[in-house]
Design a binder for this molecule. Structure first.
Ligand code: GSH
Length: 209
């Protein structure tokens, strides 16, 4: 399949950074339509026909349409593999990647950072709730400890090297820093190391242009 047929929708959020960063690491060409959330751009008929969830990110590869940041990144690494991304080859490595990605997405992104976003930033839509925001803060602190312990022994999330789980984790750490979480030592070193990657720097420029 021709890589130039790849089209990406969505820019400006931690979720949209993920596929852009993955694509830059894999060195694949894509056309970006940098539509934003709550701008009305996800609600047009044209976009709704493409992604009825009215959410970003979403990609189209020829006739194949896919949403969900994690699924998109996984698809890209499987369809356009490159040596710059460590792709699990064994069942155990695959399961470990799956475990970390589900943990990061489920516990850090969806049930904590995004809930904070709803009841802290997007209060006009979802309502203000200091109790919920505080509970999320405590909850994420607990999981940041788990992550830090792991990073004390590891330079990348998986032993096999830099890959999908790192893209997921760094995007959540960026978000946590934005919400004034203090990262612990090993996590700080890890994050500093990751954000020096040229493709992260490039992806950030594209995502937040
Ligand atoms: N689980 C989805 C979440 C997608 C999502 O909620 N995207 C937000 C922006 S970060 C969005 O499109 N919001 C628009 C809206 O809710 O109207 C993913 O990881 O891709």
């Amino acid at each position: 399949m021709n890589a130039k047929a790849l089209k990406f929708w969505g820019a400006g959020t931690a979720r949209t950074l993920r596929p852009i960063w993955m694509a830059e690491e894999l060195d694949i060409e894509y056309e970006l339509f940098p539509i934003g959330p709550r701008t009305g751009e996800t609600r047009t008929k044209e976009y709704t026909d493409l992604n009825p969830k009215q959410k970003i990110p979403c990609i189209q590869d020829g006739g194949f349409v896919l949403s969900e940041s994690l699924s998109i990144c996984r698809y890209l690494q499987n369809v356009y593999p490159s040596d710059s991304i460590a792709i699990p080859k064994t069942k155990e490595d695959l399961a470990r990647e799956d475990e970390w990605c589900n943990y990061i997405y489920g516990e850090m992104d969806e049930t904590t950072l995004y809930v904070m976003r709803r009841h802290y930033d997007l209060t006009d839509i979802y309502g203000e709730s200091p109790v919920v925001v505080e509970a999320c803060r405590d909850y994420l602190e607990r999981h940041l400890k788990v992550v830090d312990k792991h990073l004390e022994q590891n330079k990348t999330v998986l032993e096999i090297g830099f890959g999908l789980a790192d893209i997921m984790l760094v995007s959540c750490l960026d978000w946590a820093i934005f919400y004034n979480f203090d990262l612990k030592e090993a996590t700080k070193d890890y994050h500093k190391n990751m954000i020096e990657r040229p493709n992260y720097i490039k992806a950030k420029k594209i995502n937040y242009a």
